[in-house]
Design a protein around this ligand. Structure first.
Ligand code: SF4
Length: 349
């Protein structure tokens, strides 16, 4: 059952997902202090239900502070949820099986320089997971060579003896991806994998992810603030705002026909001549709200140029716009009365 503020990815209804979150919530407690005598909690992720299909790329898109990285860490089981559940192959992974879980789900971080140990060479980084998980087979060197080949770092001999500082940003990220692939995961969680790379080499890494999907059948969650790259790479896009999912659907449909004002705002900042219908709305300015005390009702209402009186009172349910395309926005509700539809004066955040 999907509740207010929840939008489920459309593939959930067409095939069994590989990974699924149900009402996943993470609140980080804040200690009380002189300035904040009552303490409180940061509502980083609230009630997120998302299905990650087998063998596709699901993009999670949102600006800084939208909760997308926290959601990714919950999916990687690096942090524990406050409530809700995570299902792998329809089952809840046991708390004691974190190492086994890591063989199914691997995380690649944004900054390849800090995720690689500067005192170890490429060979060490790739050999370690192969040895720990006993996956080297008959030849460790061959297994390492195979991994480097999969991320297009060849000939392998050129790279195995290099240290992170001797590699370019793109090569470092490829090594980080190769290390994640060493345990033969079924799902790669890529948290802003190209945002720290030069523009000129971003495309190469995005194409590498696409190749891993197309040639190896790998499932990928691609986390980004850049909806244009999500459209380029992903099969499905899920848009997050202030800790909640607000819209999801097939990548092209969602970017051609956005149905949530926040998605329109993201698209207006990423013009793309390939979109058949360009929706530009530059009026929704402002900042992500304070997640210690998120706005009531629709969390986007203080910034939304279309806000109505109901928006500040009640969180919208997800409405199906077209098959698999869902939007949590009251604009799509039928049966609202005149007072509920009355425009709400918007304050700049
Ligand atoms: Fe939220 Fe209302 Fe704007 Fe829809 S119209 S995004 S429900 S504030």
């Amino acid at each position: 059952m999907t509740g207010p503020g929840q939008v489920r990815s459309h593939q959930q209804v067409t095939e069994p997902p590989l990974l699924e979150t149900r009402g996943l919530t993470k609140h980080f407690r804040i200690r009380s202090s002189r300035l904040n005598p009552h303490g409180g909690a940061v509502h980083a992720v609230d009630n997120v239900s998302l299905a990650v299909p087998k063998g596709g790329i699901t993009a999670i898109v949102g600006e800084s502070g939208s909760g997308k990285s926290t959601l990714t860490r919950l999916m990687a089981r690096l942090i524990k949820p406050t409530s809700g559940e995570l299902l792998l192959d329809g089952r809840r992974p046991a708390a004691s099986t974190r190492r086994a879980y890591a063989t199914h789900v691997q995380l690649v971080l944004q900054d390849p320089f800090s995720s690689l140990n500067p005192v170890h060479d490429v060979r060490y980084h790739l050999a370690r997971p192969l040895i720990v998980h006993k996956l080297a087979g008959t030849s460790l060197d061959q297994a390492i060579e195979g991994l480097l080949d999969r991320v297009s770092l060849s000939p392998a001999a050129l790279f195995t003896g290099k240290y992170p500082h001797e590699l370019s940003g793109g090569q470092r990220q490829r090594v980080a991806i190769a290390r994640a692939l060493a345990v033969q995961p079924r799902l790669l969680l890529a948290d802003e994998p190209v945002s720290m790379l030069d523009v000129s080499i971003r495309l190469g890494v995005l194409n590498l992810l696409a190749d891993l999907r197309d040639n190896d059948g790998l499932s990928i969650v691609y986390v980004t603030h850049d909806i244009a790259s999500a459209r380029y790479l992903a099969d499905v896009i899920a848009v997050m705002y202030a800790g909640q999912l607000v819209e999801s659907g097939p990548a092209q449909t969602l970017t051609d026909e956005p149905s949530h004002p926040y998605t329109e705002l993201l698209l207006s900042a990423a013009p793309d001549p390939a979109r058949t219908r360009v929706t530009v709305n530059l009026r929704g300015k402002g900042q992500v709200p304070n997640l210690v005390a998120p706005p009531p009702g629709c969390r986007f209402h203080p910034r939304c140029p279309h806000a109505m009186s109901i928006c500040a009172e009640k969180a919208p349910m997800p409405f199906e716009i077209s098959p698999g395309h869902l939007s949590a926005c009251w604009l799509h509700a039928s049966g609202l009365d005149e007072s509920q539809r009355a425009p709400r004066a918007r304050k700049e955040a």
